[in-house]
Design a protein around this ligand. Structure first.
Ligand code: CA
Length: 226
């Protein structure tokens, strides 16, 4: 039974979330301060955190930044303004998804389910290829036996490509895999993530190009070029 930590200072909003999440079979804890949430996550780690951006003590952004020093727990941001979302995506503070207020609690519950499903570990030691190995629990991918130092977004991106070799993913589909809304105009950020992943792969093997560019279409993982 996944446990969801709700960090929200408005009781009415927290109540609707608790009701919707418990209705879906989740257990919940509700806290109203960022500092309390950090402490709670250290003591009793939740499976996912719903984090309001506007909190009375430290902002949701700062809470997430501090959280990422010790936890990879998925975070779903609650935002009061569309403008805040630019920061969620732009700063890559490690958010998994976001919803803008006012939202439907059922929509939030559905997003929570989707994130947890995405995070579900694959069967242990199931190799995606002979050259790459994915360890979802540690958010780690090894290439030719060497662990890659990837950001969360880079990890998701590479994981998505590796899991379906030779499939061409559009930028929109890759954004979707990152849990970022495709209509937000962040497609170019995919290109910079890919560039960064390629640079890290080249550190392991300079002459291989496992990620192929398909002009006008997107990207794929090509085992033949690994
Ligand atoms: Ca608030």
């Amino acid at each position: 039974m996944p446990h969801i930590l709700i960090v929200e200072d408005e009781a009415a909003i927290a109540d609707t979330l608790i009701f919707a999440l418990q209705g879906e079979g989740f257990t919940t804890t509700w806290l109203s301060l960022g500092a309390m949430a950090l402490e709670h996550q250290r003591q009793t780690p939740a499976d996912l955190i719903i984090l309001d951006i506007g909190l009375p003590d430290i902002s949701g952004f700062e809470t997430c930044r501090q959280l990422r020093r010790f936890s990879e727990v998925p975070v779903l941001f609650l935002s009061a303004r569309d403008a805040e979302i630019d920061r969620v995506v732009g700063l890559e503070i490690g958010a998994d998804d976001y919803v803008v207020k006012p939202f439907s609690p059922r929509e939030v519950a559905a997003r929570v389910r989707a994130i947890l499903k995405r995070m579900a570990p694959r069967p242990v030691n199931e190799p995606v290829s002979t050259l790459f190995r994915i360890d979802p629990e540690r958010v780690q991918i090894s290439y030719r036996g060497q662990p890659l130092s990837l950001t969360r977004h880079e990890f998701r991106l590479l994981q998505c490509l590796l899991e379906q070799p030779e499939r061409v993913f559009s930028r929109e589909q890759l954004l979707d895999a990152l849990g970022v809304a495709a209509d937000a105009g962040y497609e170019r950020s995919i290109d910079s993530h890919i560039k960064s992943v390629r640079a890290k792969l080249r550190l392991v093997r300079a002459d291989a190009e496992p990620i192929q560019t398909h002009r006008g279409l997107g990207y794929s993982y090509s085992p033949g070029h690994s």
